[in-house]
Design a binder for this molecule. Structure first.
Ligand SMILES: Nc1ncnc2c1ncn2[C@@H]1O[C@H](COP(=O)(O)OP(=O)(O)OP(=O)(O)O)[C@@H](O)[C@H]1O
Ligand SMILES: [Mg+2]
Length: 370
């Protein structure tokens, strides 16, 4: 039986989450960008699996792929294609674009902010308008998704202005952080040698087009609309004012994420994704916006996360060989467990189970240390 496009996206979401530790949000961001036909930017320190995720998504897609690692010496030829010698003979300055960005369905641009001015403007037109001017001939670019990565936000070394326009093209942007939990670290160190995620499906440009079309026809529920307006209002009062284009695009991103979540209309909890859309300045706004969005879009989820974080802090701050410290830790974890039990929903009960398992693990480790 043919697998539906929705099932393919769901399977990919699961496949990636199985291989990539603590990258659930980044995975959702990339898949949502693909559904919405927008671009995504991941910024974070070296070795945080940005390339691993981007490579996997590029590999998943059947169409023309293009990958490049930009340096300030990268030439336009490497990105847009070499000049045709045959064309030059008849006075044409035409590029052979096969296998390069103008003809790509999916692209991964690493170190994007290293782009020189010779590349910047042409790349902008491809990302934004899906258009490439080849010696006067207009080429329509099929680009469905560009994943870009960088170690730093633009502006951190005085290059902010020139790169501002490029930065704004990325509707979804996220700071990628190193693995934060002990459990994650254990998985990283002692889990399987995951050189690259194993993917159980592949997807064609046409299927992605179908996903985009289906997502774009979802409507927004009234509650979700109200929640969206509250997020905009509260953000404004905190000095976060995303441009009009960004706000309009956020509406489409909401639809794409709702579709990925299997919803038939946009629901309030789909708005969580907008924490990565509705800010402009990477210095302080993402954190502030995340709080506003969390409070409005998913108050329960936010409570669960903060309790889980508390549990993690208790665990990482405890010396398992110190009997009285472990006793105190288990007592505190017991309180966190009770609070989680008091919340409703599957996520809360899964979190409660996780904390209970941790208490068990600590008790066992203490006994073994005796
Ligand atoms: N969250 C994670 N889950 C699984 N593996 C990880 C994770 N973080 C790091 N790794 C491991 O570290 C390797 C390095 O990751 P990767 O090359 O994707 O980092 P990067 O963010 O692209 O770094 P750079 O900025 O230097 O390009 C991965 O191939 C993987 O083995
Ligand atoms: Mg990388």
């Amino acid at each position: 039986m043919a697998v539906s496009v929705f099932e393919k996206f769901s399977t990919m979401r699961r496949d990636l989450a199985e291989w990539l530790i603590e990258r659930d949000q980044e995975i959702d961001l990339v898949l949502t960008a693909l559904i919405a036909q927008e671009h995504v930017l991941l910024v974070g320190p070296p070795g945080t699996a940005k390339s691993m995720l981007a490579d996997a998504v590029v590999r998943w897609m059947d169409g023309n792929r293009f990958q490049v690692l930009l340096t300030k010496f990268t030439t336009p030829e490497e990105v847009f294609g070499p000049i045709s010698l045959a064309g030059l003979k008849s006075d044409h300055y035409r590029r052979i674009t096969d296998g390069k960005l103008p003809t790509a369905d999916v692209a991964f641009v690493d170190e994007i902010f290293k782009a020189s001015s010779a590349i910047l403007n042409t790349m902008l037109t491809i990302l934004n308008e899906r258009r490439f001017d080849n010696d006067g001939e207009r080429i329509d670019c099929p680009l469905q998704l560009c994943v870009a990565a960088s170690n730093e936000w633009p502006g951190s070394n005085g290059d902010g202005k020139e790169l501002g326009a490029l930065f704004d093209r990325f509707v979804l942007r996220k700071h990628v952080r190193p693995i934060a939990t002990e459990r994650g670290l254990t998985r990283l160190l002692w889990g399987p040698q995951n050189l690259e995620p194993k993917l159980s499906t592949a997807i064609s440009p046409e299927e992605i087009g179908e996903a985009s079309f289906k997502a774009s026809s979802l409507t927004w529920g009234v509650k979700a609309q109200d929640a969206f307006e509250s997020i905009i209002r509260e953000s404004k009062s905190e000095g976060i004012v995303p441009g009009d284009r960004r706000m309009k695009k956020a509406v489409a991103i909401g639809r794409a994420y709702a579709w990925l979540n299997g919803h038939t209309e946009v629901e309030t909890d789909d708005l969580e994704i907008l924490a990565h859309v509705l800010w402009d300045d990477p210095a302080e706004q993402p954190g502030k916006l995340a709080k506003i969005v969390g409070k409005i879009a998913n108050p329960e989820g936010m409570k669960i996360n903060s309790l889980l974080m508390e549990a993690e802090q208790i665990i990482s701050g405890t010396d398992l060989k110190d009997l009285s410290a472990t006793a105190t830790a288990c007592k505190k974890l017991g309180e966190v467990h009770t609070q989680l039990k008091g919340l409703s929903g599957v996520k809360a009960s899964m979190a409660a189970e996780h904390v209970a398992a941790e208490v068990k693990r600590i008790r066992l480790a203490t006994v073994e240390a005796l």
